[in-house]
Design a protein around this ligand. Structure first.
Ligand code: PMP
Length: 373
């Protein structure tokens, strides 16, 4: 009998494993990188929400823990959760589904609708994860640049679509450009092609509202959202989506049961106390305005408007050195590299005022040293 030694080398399996090995998820790369940091750094690189009151979150979590019976599968809790999210989004409960963070749901949509030979389209610059996950799936990714004013180039997107194009990713507000796209453009895309439009609204609470209530009227739009940003719960891993009933109920049937009864109960409680979360969102917006104004007053820097909890700014030619200078002084922001349309940019999360002041003062110092050198 053939010796089934693992070292035998099964070519198709090796090929898939190698594709997985080269993949760096956002969380994996973050874990690796955080090990290299000192403990007293100011971290403004991952768009987490420091304004979320941790004591309030813990107390609400404890209320949920006391209420649920973790010995049981409890479908009624999932129903309560979908109902609460539906009320929050102003859609019907049948239009809502849940998962473990929006990245999980984005990946689930990719797995469900893309096979080898299919094509997905992403705007650029945008969230890098779409491209990585599409390629991991063995499908092709086509990119279309935003216009100079950072709006969607609807004509160009449509020209780049074929009957092989199954998904179009539209991140709105967009990471990293910070702007939100018009419903008119999103609707035109949905009506003019047969692809499923995946609208990623991770940052929508910091912007000018959601497209959810209109999107559920369309057959080919799914809006993916998260509790990692406005609700300050990146570590909780909770995401949800809204789509027309036909699509949402089909997706909900096949998504594995990943949201625990405890998390479901906690999320329902938080939605019932949304006025508290609204306060955090308002604080982020207020601080964002101040941060943008002070950044914009610095020479050599061009600041992009933001409908999110981060601010992106251009520092062509010097971005790497400035980034490194900040890192050496314990301020961690995100080096976006040289991007299409917007050039070489850095991105900073809106932190507490003392964090932002520290960042701004250090940036001023690093730039002074850099430009006088
Ligand atoms: N979409 C965008 C645009 C993001 O920036 C991020 C994370 N930064 C995600 C999705 C993933 O968020 P989650 O924590 O819900 O997986």
């Amino acid at each position: 009998m053939e010796n089934l030694d693992v070292k035998r080398g099964i070519s198709w399996l090796d090929e898939r494993i190698n594709a997985m090995r080269s993949f760096e998820g956002s969380l994996l790369s973050y874990v690796k990188y955080s090990k290299t940091l000192k403990s007293n750094v100011i971290r403004l690189d991952a768009n987490e929400n420091y304004f979320a009151d941790i004591e309030f979150l813990k107390a609400t979590f404890m209320e949920a823990l006391k209420e649920v019976d973790l010995r049981l599968y409890d479908p009624s809790m999932t129903f309560k959760l979908r109902k609460a999210l539906a009320k929050y989004l102003d859609v019907a409960p049948e239009c809502v589904g849940v998962g473990s963070g929006s990245e999980h749901l984005i990946d689930f949509v990719i797995q469900s609708f893309l096979t080898r030979g299919d094509v997905a389209l992403s705007i650029v610059p945008s969230f890098f994860m779409y491209a990585k996950r599409v390629r991991l799936r063995g499908a092709e990714l086509v990119t279309v640049s935003l216009k100079e004013d950072l709006s969607l180039d609807v004509d160009k997107i449509l020209k780049n679509c074929s009957n092989k194009t199954k998904l179009i990713f539209v991140c709105s507000p967009n990471n990293p450009t910070g702007n939100q796209f018009s419903w008119h453009d999103i609707e035109t895309l949905a009506e003019s092609c047969s692809a499923l439009i995946v609208v990623d609204e991770a940052y929508a609470e910091f912007g000018d509202g959601s497209v959810c209530s209109k999107a559920v009227e369309k057959e080919n739009i799914v809006v993916v959202r998260t509790f990692s940003k406005a609700f300050g719960l990146a570590g909780l891993r909770f995401g949800y989506f809204a789509a027309n009933e036909n699509l949402a109920s089909a997706l909900s049937k096949v998504i594995p049961y990943t949201v625990s009864t405890l998390v479901s109960c906690f999320v329902v409680k938080l939605l019932n106390k949304f006025e508290v979360v609204k306060g955090w969102i308002n604080e982020v917006k207020k601080e964002r305005k101040r941060l943008m104004k002070r950044l914009g007053s610095l020479d050599e820097i061009e600041v992009f408007d933001s409908k999110t909890n981060f601010v992106t700014f251009r520092l062509d030619g010097n971005a790497d050195k400035i980034y490194k200078g900040l890192l050496d002084r314990g301020i961690v922001i995100k080096n976006l590299g040289a991007l299409p349309v917007i050039g070489h940019c850095l991105r900073v999360t809106v932190g507490f005022p003392y964090m932002n002041n520290n960042f701004l003062d250090t940036l001023t110092q690093v730039m002074r040293e850099e430009f006088s050198a």
